[in-house]
Every structure is written in structure tokens, then in C-alpha cells.
Write a protein that binds this ligand. Sequence first.
Ligand code: ADP
Length: 258
Amino acid sequence: VRAAGTGMTSRTPLPGVKNTIAVASGKGGVGKSTVAVNLAVALAQDGAAVGLLDADVYGPSIPTMMGNRGRPYLQNDKIMPLESYGVRIMSVGFILDPERALIWRGPLVSQLITQFLNDVDWGELDYLVIDLPPGTGDVQLTLVQRIPLSGAIIVTTPQDVALADAVKGLQMFREVKTPVLGIVENMSYFICPHCGGRSEIFGFGGGQRTAERYDVPLLGQIPIDPAVREGGDAGAPIVVSAPESPTAEAFREAARRA
Ligand code: ADP
């Protein structure tokens, strides 16, 4: 099958995987992994069979955020994913020392991603959520060449510099004919726990404006919430640690809209 726009010839669907959703961002630190983790767990809480692939090979944070320090093992020549909160997970962080930076060149990184796609026994999945590295590099290219992504979710903050890079990501997915499912605006606002006042720390309305300009849905606006950071560091995503909170509801809403 010729994948239009990529010049590539072999986009093979992953057997047993119904939907493959990439979570992307233009910049690091905007909360892409946080969104990927909470979306994946929210989908699993809804009863779906969900896998989460940490393709952020240069800065894998899924093991920490999912509270999993296990080691994958081989069974029938396949790599068995680990499991947290009902989500099957795979990360380079399970295999390499997390303290050591990955200094591999592009071709090796492409090989690793290909192996994660082909050699991991994902089983039957409704959704495979893929946490991409920030930007538009080798991992993104390998992915869009190897598998037909069902769609991409772009995570950004409302800040202009983050939005500018988010748009680059959005356009990359369009060029390779991958549907953009929508934008999640993270760190949209902060509700002061003392006075209840709302502050728009990184600006206001950027996600909405960008979504309108590029004709994609705005899937959600997630507040800055210390519980999100605490949950991530403690290995319990907020949809698990504080499921009743408005912030957890904002993540679930984004998952439903995507
Ligand atoms: P990225 O994957 O884009 O590099 P991360 O998901 O690793 O970003 O998030 C960066 C840091 O910001 C993490 O410590 C995370 O816990 C924190 N963070 C992300 N989203 C929020 C939020 N909505 N409120 C508070 N902290 C957040």
C-alpha cells in the first residue's frame, strides 16, 4: 500500500490493534506525556483495552508516571508489555538505565520504534496510545511510515511560542495524511486554592484560536493543578489519584471527545 505523501511503501496495520493514536507536541514540557497517560488510563477506566507506547525515547517518562519499574520479559519470541492501571505499557525506560541519556542516532532509534511496534505482544487492543517525543523528528517519521495512525492529538499550552511549534506538528501530520483528532490545551489556567480566583498564566484562548484556524476540534482545556504534577511524580495519574476532581474530569472529557 502506498502511503500518500510519505513516499513510503509499507504502512502495515498492527495486528489486533483497532486504533493507533499518537500524542504529539511541538515543544517539550507542555504536558504531552501527562496527557497521554491520563487519556490512556481514562480510556481503560471506560472499559477499553488500551496499550501505551512510550516513543519518547530520549526522555521516557511513562514508567515514572505509571508507577511501573518492572522489566519486560520475552515469551514466544515476543516482548511482553507491563501493566499499570489496566493499561499495557512499553517504554525504553524499562530497558535502559533511566539516568542515562539515549545518544543513539536516527537509524537506531527507528529500529527501536519498529521493534516496539512489531515485537511487542500488545494482544487485542481497542487503542494504542503513543507518546511521541516533542517536535518532528526520526520517531515521528518512522511511525507514520510504518503504521497507519488513526489520528494524532496535539498538546500545547496557550503560549504563542508553544502554539507556533504545535502548528508545525499539526501540519506535519496533515502532510502525511494522518488525521489530526484535535488539540488539547494544557496548563490553560490556574484556580487559586486560597481565593478561588482564576489566572491565565500562559495566556488565554490560544488553543481555541489555533483549533479554529486549522479547523480541528479543541478536545479540552486542562488547568494547571499541583495534583497533576504530584500524581505524575508519584506514579498515579490524576484520573486514578483524584478521579472526582474537575481536572480529572477535564482529562476524561478530552478522551471522550478524541
Ligand atoms: P512533556 O511530555 O510535554 O515533556 P510532561 O507531561 O512530562 O511534559 O510534563 C512536564 C511537567 O509538567 C511534569 O512534571 C508534569 O507533572 C507537569 N504537568 C503537566 N501538566 C500539568 C498540569 N496540567 N498541571 C500541573 N503540572 C503539570
